[in-house]
Design a protein around this ligand. Structure first.
Ligand code: HEM
Ligand SMILES: *[C@@H]1O[C@H](CO)[C@@H](O)[C@H](O)[C@H]1NC(C)=O
Ligand SMILES: *[C@@H]1O[C@H](CO)[C@@H](O)[C@H](O)[C@H]1NC(C)=O
Length: 470
C-alpha cells in the first residue's frame, strides 16, 4: 500500500503549523525531565526539516541501516515535521504491533484519509475496526476463497494470453491482473459490467494520492476527488441493484458488508471497498514483478518451480480429474510457496509501517513520548544477518525451516495485519502455475536498478518479452 510509503509525506499537514511542531518538543522536554526516562539514542537534525534530506537523498534502506549501525535497533529521528522512533528488533515489533498495540494507533496524512474515505478500515481502532475486520476476513478466509479459484484462474489465463509475443511492462500488466482479481473478490462475477467504469475512475483517483490536497478546479487533487465521487455513485448503483434483487448467494466482500445485521451505511461500504482495492492491487502486483525477476535470474530455481507445476498438471491429466485448478492443488506447491516467501522477505515491499503513541510509553528503559510516530522497520528485520544469514541472497531453501516468531512479517502483525494475505498468495500461485508451465520470458535490458516510490520495484517495472513454450 502506498499509504505506508515515505512519499506519502504523512506529516505534510504539519507544515502549515510550525507551532504545533515545537510544542511537542517542549512538552517532551518537560515530560522526560519529570520522569527521568531518556529518549532513545539518535539525532533529530534541523528544526522542521529534521533528517528528511538524509532519508530522501538515498535509498531509504541505506539511511535505516546506517542509523541501526550507529545507534542500535531503536533510535529516534525526525522526518517531515514529525519526531519519530524507529524500531528494528523482533521484540520491539511485537511490543508495538501485538502486546501493547492499544498504546499505538494507526496514523495517516489527512489527504490520504480524504481520498480513501475516513471510514476505511486502516484508520480505525476499537469496535468499529473489529467489526470491519470480521467482515473483511469473512470474505477472504480460505473457506470463502475456495469458490473463487476457478474464476481467478480464468483471469490469470486471459492476462497471460494477452501478453503473449509482446514486450510488456511487467508491473503495469500485473496491476491489471491484480485489479481484476480484487474486483472479482469484492463484487463477484456479475459486476464485470462495471469493470471498465470502475477502472477508469480508480485510475484517475490514484493519480491524486500523493498530490497536494488543494481542492480547486484543475488540480490533480480536484480531479481525483471528482473521480472518487463517481466511484461512490457506481457503488451506490451496484448496492441498490443488489438490494432489489435480494439474491443472497454472492459470496463476496460486498455481500459481507451489506449483509451485516448491524448495518453499514453506503458511505462506509464505499470507503472500505475503495480501501480494499487500494490495499490489494499495487502490493500484489509488485510482489509478482519481483518474483518474475528472481525466477528470470536463477535458472535452477525456475526449473524446480516449473517441475513442481508440471507435476501438478500431469497428475490432473492422468487422473482424468477436472483440469481446472482447485484450492487443494494450491496447497501442493511447497517449492513455489517458498519462492513466494523468499520474495516477500528479500523485496519487503512494505518496508515499514506507521503508528502513533497514544500516551507516553516506556520501552526497554527508553521513553516514547505521546504523539510521536513509531515505525516498525520490517525490511531491516527481514534483512538482519543474525536472523537470515546472507540476507541479500535470494535463497528459497531457507524457508524449509519455519522462521522464528516475529522475525518474518511481510503481512504485518496483530489486529491490523493483512486480512487479504490468503487471497494474495492464492492469485500469485495460480498465475505462476500457468506462467511456468506454458510460457518462457526474458528480461529486456540488463538493468539491475531499483526504483523507489511508492515502494521498491525493479527499474521501469521490469520490461520482459513473453512467449509460448509450444
Ligand atoms: C502480497 C501482497 C500484500 C502484502 C505484502 C500486504 C501487506 C500488508 C501489511 C503489511 C498490512 C499491515 C499494515 C499495518 O500494520 O500498518 C496490510 C494491511 C491490509 N491489507 Fe494487505 N497486503 C497484500 C495484499 C492485500 C490484498 C490482496 C488485500 C485485499 C484483498 C489486502 C488488504 C489489506 C487490508 C484491508 C489491510 C488493513 C487491515 C487493517 O487495518 O485492519 N492486502 N497488508
Ligand atoms: C484486537 O482485537 C480483538 C478482537 O476484536 C480485541 O478484543 C482486542 O482488544 C484488540 N486488541 C487491541 C490491542 O486493540
Ligand atoms: C540460485 O538459487 C540457488 C538455490 O537457492 C542457489 O544455490 C544459487 O547460488 C543461485 N544461483 C544464482 C545464479 O544466483
Amino acid at each position: 500500500m502506498e499509504l505506508l510509503s515515505l512519499n506519502s509525506m504523512f506529516c505534510m499537514f504539519a507544515a502549515s503549523a510550525l507551532i504545533f511542531f515545537f510544542s511537542p518538543i517542549i512538552k517532551l522536554f518537560l515530560t522526560s525531565a519529570r520522569r527521568k526516562i531518556p529518549l532513545p539514542p539518535g539525532s533529530l537534525g534541523w528544526p522542521y526539516i529534521g533528517e528528511t534530506f538524509q532519508l530522501y537523498s538515498q535509498n531509504p534502506n541505506v539511511f535505516f541501516a546506517s542509523k541501526i549501525k550507529r545507534f542500535g535497533s531503536i533510535f529516534k529521528t525526525h522526518i517531515l515535521g514529525c519526531p519519530c522512533v524507529m524500531i528494528s528488533s523482533p521484540a520491539a515489533a511485537k511490543f508495538v504491533l501485538l502486546t501493547k498495540a492499544h498504546l499505538f494507533k494507526p496514523t495517516f496524512p489527512a489527504s490520504k484519509e480524504r481520498m480513501l474515505g475516513k471510514q476505511a478500515i486502516f484508520f480505525h481502532q476499537g469496535d468499529y475496526h473489529a467489526k470491519l475486520r470480521k467482515l473483511v476476513l469473512r470474505a477472504f478466509m480460505p473457506a470463502a476463497l475456495k469458490n473463487k479459484v476457478e474464476d481467478i484462474e480464468s483471469l490469470a489465463k486471459d492476462s497471460l494470453q494477452s501478453w503473449e509475443g509482446r514486450s510488456i511492462n511487467t508491473y503495469q500488466e500485473m496491476k491489471t491482473f491484480t485489479f481484476n482479481v480484487a474486483l472479482l473478490s469484492i463484487f463477484g462475477k456479475d459486476e464485470i459490467l462495471y469493470r471498465e467504469d470502475l477502472k477508469r475512475c480508480y485510475y484517475i483517483l490514484e493519480k491524486g494520492y500523493n498530490s497536494m490536497p488543494i481542492n480547486i478546479p484543475g488540480t490533480l487533487f480536484h480531479k481525483s476527488m471528482k473521480a472518487r465521487k463517481e466511484l461512490a455513485q457506481i457503488l451506490a448503483k451496484i448496492i441498490s441493484t443488489r438490494r432489489e434483487s435480494k439474491l443472497e448467494d454472492h459470496n463476496d466482500l460486498l455481500e459481507s458488508f451489506m449483509g451485516d445485521k448491524e448495518g453499514l451505511t453506503d458511505e462506509q461500504i464505499a470507503d472500505n471497498v475503495i480501501g480494499v482495492i487500494f490495499a490489494a492491487r499495487d502490493t500484489t502486483a509488485s510482489v509478482l514483478t519481483w518474483i518474475m525477476k528472481y525466477l528470470g535470474e536463477n535458472q535452477s530455481v525456475l526449473e524446480a518451480v516449473t517441475e513442481e507445476q508440471e507435476a501438478i498438471m500431469r497428475l490432473k491429466e492422468e487422473s482424468g480429474e477436472d483440469k481446472a485448478l482447485n484450492w487443494e492443488d494450491t496447497k501442493k506447491m511447497p517449492i513455489t510457496s517458498r519462492v513466494l516467501q523468499e520474495t516477500l522477505r528479500v523485496a519487503s515491499i512494505l518496508s515499514f509501517t506507521f503508528r502513533e503513541a497514544v500516551e507516553d510509553v516506556e520501552y526497554e528503559g527508553y521513553l516514547i513520548p505521546k504523539g510521536w510516530k513509531i515505525l516498525p522497520l520490517f525490511r531491516n528485520i527481514h534483512h538482519s544477518p543474525e536472523i537470515f544469514p546472507e540476507p541479500e541472497k535470494f535463497d528459497p531453501t531457507r524457508f524449509e525451516v519455519a522462521p522464528k516468531p516475529n522475525t518474518y512479517m511481510p503481512f504485518g502483525s496483530g489486529n491490523h495485519s493483512c486480512p487479504g494475505n490468503e487471497l494474495a498468495k492464492l492469485e500469485i500461485l495460480v498465475i505462476l502455475h500457468h506462467l511456468t508451465t506454458k510460457y518462457r520470458w526474458s528480461i529486456v535490458g540488463a538493468d539491475n536498478g531499483i526504483q523507489y516510490g511508492p515502494f521498491a520495484l525493479p527499474q521501469n517495472g521490469l520490461p520482459i518479452i513473453l512467449s509460448s513454450k509450444e
